[in-house]
Design a protein around this ligand. Structure first.
Ligand SMILES: *[C@@H]1O[C@H](CO)[C@@H](O)[C@H](O)[C@H]1NC(C)=O
Length: 284
């Protein structure tokens, strides 16, 4: 599954980069999302695979903090990029005539930069707070990676401030983008409702169907994890549920986008044709 994630998302980045038909804001954001998905899974899965291979479940304190830092960073980036993509669809469908003017390269770059800066600051805050915690003895984390929530639970020192910051940031970071996405889609749906022809309705909706699938997948799995971890004595269940959003969601993203989308399919075909051609020239 890890290889599928890396190669599937890499293929999307290459397809978007190599094909000038796909040099639009929507596909630039998609390529960014693919890049973040590769990084996101690479913070947890390789270490887990190593643990399985060496039959040792140890991780150093520094390694653990590192994992927390990058995990929080890329999870935040995932959410921000999904929100930016929802805004992009909102402009494309509700203001189609101004789309090229509003979503100019400068604004696109700014939105991506802003997502990075906010995620870095948030993750820095969370991991610096985790750095203050002290642990009594060797601790055992009932999870397959160092999760911030579990670390805070296992600390010996006072964790009130950590919990406050974590829940407040989670509310702000998951709730804010969620409201933004919801608002964009309510506008999109009311705008599509106004289109009279069935064909026009379908055409408008099909451009955001892939994005809507990815967003629902991301939020549903995260909500599942949250609900399953809210129940007591179920850290095992929550670890199983985390596999969903750390592995399954990033794996499905490329499939959702490439199977449903003709532009991406064509770009991939052109891309593979191009490399085959180059190969035959070398062979010749
Ligand atoms: C990410 O988005 C920016 C801004 O649209 C774009 O310039 C850049 O190429 C994208 N990154 C990738 C990996 O496609």
């Amino acid at each position: 599954m890890y290889l599928i994630i890396v190669f599937g998302n890499l293929l999307i980045i290459l397809a978007v980069g190599s094909d000038s038909h796909l040099h639009t804001p929507m596909y630039f954001f998609l390529a960014n999302l693919s890049f973040v998905d590769i990084c996101f899974t690479s913070t947890t899965v390789p270490k887990m695979l190593l643990n399985i291979q060496t039959q040792s479940k140890r991780i150093t304190y520094e390694g653990c903090l590192c994992q927390i830092y990058f995990f929080v960073l890329f999870a935040g980036l995932d959410i921000f990029l999904l929100t930016v993509m929802a805004y992009d669809r909102f402009v494309a469908i509700c203001h189609p005539l101004h789309y090229m003017v509003i979503m100019n390269p400068r604004l696109c770059g700014l939105l991506v930069l802003l997502s990075w800066v906010m995620s870095i600051l948030h993750s820095l805050l969370e991991s610096l707070m985790a750095l203050q915690l002290s642990f009594c003895t060797e601790v055992e984390i009932p999870h397959f990676f160092c999760e911030l929530n579990q670390m805070i639970h296992l600390a010996c020192s006072d964790t009130f401030l950590n919990n406050m910051v974590m829940y407040f940031a989670a509310m702000l970071l998951a709730g804010g983008p969620f409201v933004g996405i919801l608002y964009s889609y309510s506008k999109i749906i009311s705008s599509i409702h106004g289109i009279s022809s069935a064909q026009g309705k379908y055409k408008a909706f099909s451009t955001c169907a892939s994005h809507l699938s990815v967003v629902s997948l991301f939020y549903c799995t995260s909500l599942g994890v949250y609900l399953s971890s809210a129940a007591p004595q179920s850290s095992h269940a929550s670890a199983v549920a985390s596999v969903m959003y750390t592995v399954v969601t990033p794996m499905l993203n490329p499939f959702i986008y490439s199977l449903r989308n003709r532009d991406i399919k064509e770009a991939l075909l052109r891309f593979s044709g191009l490399t085959a051609l180059k190969g035959s020239i070398v062979l010749g």
